[in-house]
Design a protein around this ligand. Sequence first.
Ligand SMILES: [Fe+2]
Length: 302
Amino acid sequence: MKLRSIELSLPGAAEAATFLTDIWGMAPASVEGATHYLRGSGSFPYLIALAESVDCYVRSTTFVCTADRLEQLKASVSAAGLNAASVVSHDPGGGYGIIVELAEGELLRFLVDAQEVAPIEGADLPVKLTHVVFNSIDAERTGHLVEDALGFRVSDRTKGMVFVRCNDSHHSTAFARAGISSLNHIAFEMEDLDAVMRGIGRLRDQDMAPAWGPGRHGPGANVFAYFIAPFGPVIEFSTAVNKVPDDYPVGAPEDWTWPARRIDQWGISTKDFDGLRAAEEKFRHRRDWEPQSLDVLTEENI
Ligand SMILES: [Fe+2]
């Protein structure tokens, strides 16, 4: 199981795509209708889809998995009583699978047979998405839910977040104890620490400072720099998160505390709490979709 992509709908999709290619450092993949697809250097056909819309919302967050894993998911999602639907993807790479609605409206799509593409070289392209994080009203409940219904594993709990993995990377998603349900941020995995730092430099050239960072996180131990994108959401340059063994002991909030006035391992980062919070509330979850039987494949593109 791997996190592949996020699909957003928003006003000004073309301008958002221009920012992500010309300044953030992604490569264009394709434009289909009013949807812009952008990729990184890795083998996924795209990492982010930007569809023109009057409202900002998350259409879906997409994972790719094996056919066996999809069958397990169908059974565990049905047993958990979650809303779900079978889907055929019309996004680049195609594939088929299911889309699952979690307790607070988060729509996670799981695809099988999604095609990959040849990696490309480019100056500081992100490699892939390393994690997509959501704000939750009840992050604890959702942490338990994704363990039971999706077979994900909680890696760590902190005062602010429940970190969840779907493979041996410390987290591919997390649920923030935020009091609302929305997209918290999208993290792009850069080649190394220097690529993160050069990304900060590119944004400095545009008079954009990090809203938080640079710094090194506790859980996952990734180097981070968060920015508020001109098109709304919080986006992050990140190094890869740590790999963890199967028997990784689940950390509790008391295992992840900082000395006074510090909020990262190095003790150097400052954080625009209010600016980040406003940006983290902009993208809510898609509502206009129809749950259906998981046995029926349709041509509908979710
Ligand atoms: Fe992050």
